[in-house]
Design a protein. Structure first.
Length: 164
């Protein structure tokens, strides 16, 4: 199941590179082994291959892992429409797991429902792929905050103080 193409226009002509650069700074995505696929104005796809370390007790992808890639796919769909000097934060999301995430990989497709100046409403649909067949396993509805005039760069890592 492919997402319908969006009709949104990106405010930043370099939005694809900005999204890819931001994704590369998300250490959790690298830790999980997720990859960023297609990015277009108001749309983003993220894929994640199965590893036993990502599973719950029945061997399916853990619901927290499903939520993590859904949050990022929808978040980057929204980020693709934000100004070049803005960053994005998730304000809230609701995840419905509609089937076990049983597959060789997950595919999360995020898209913008309504782009606002400050709040952006997005959704993601997550599919478990097994034997090259996609099974819809989760739906996410999300609210994002566009943080204007706050570029999406990583702050310096805080010094860790050992208090022992």
């Amino acid at each position: 199941m492919n997402a319908a193409p969006t009709t949104f226009q990106a405010r930043d002509p370099n939005f694809k590179q900005r999204v890819r650069d931001s994704f590369a700074r998300q250490h959790v995505m690298a830790f999980l082994g997720a990859t960023l696929g297609e990015v277009s104005p108001g749309y983003c796809r993220i894929e994640l291959p199965y590893r036993p370390e990502l599973s719950q007790q029945h061997g399916f992808f853990h619901g927290g892992i499903v939520g993590t890639i859904a949050d990022s796919a929808a978040g980057y769909a929204g980020f693709s429409l934000m100004p070049f000097d803005a960053s994005v934060l998730t304000v809230e999301y609701k995840l419905n797991i509609v089937a076990p995430a049983d597959g060789d990989r997950l595919v999360a497709r995020g898209r913008v429902i309504r782009p606002g100046r400050t709040l952006v409403i997005t959704e993601a649909n997550v599919f478990a792929v097994k034997d090259q067949q996609e099974r819809h396993c989760a739906v996410l509805l999300q609210t994002l905050m566009c943080m204007n005039k706050r570029p999406d760069t990583a702050p310096p890592a805080p010094e860790r103080v050992n208090t022992r």
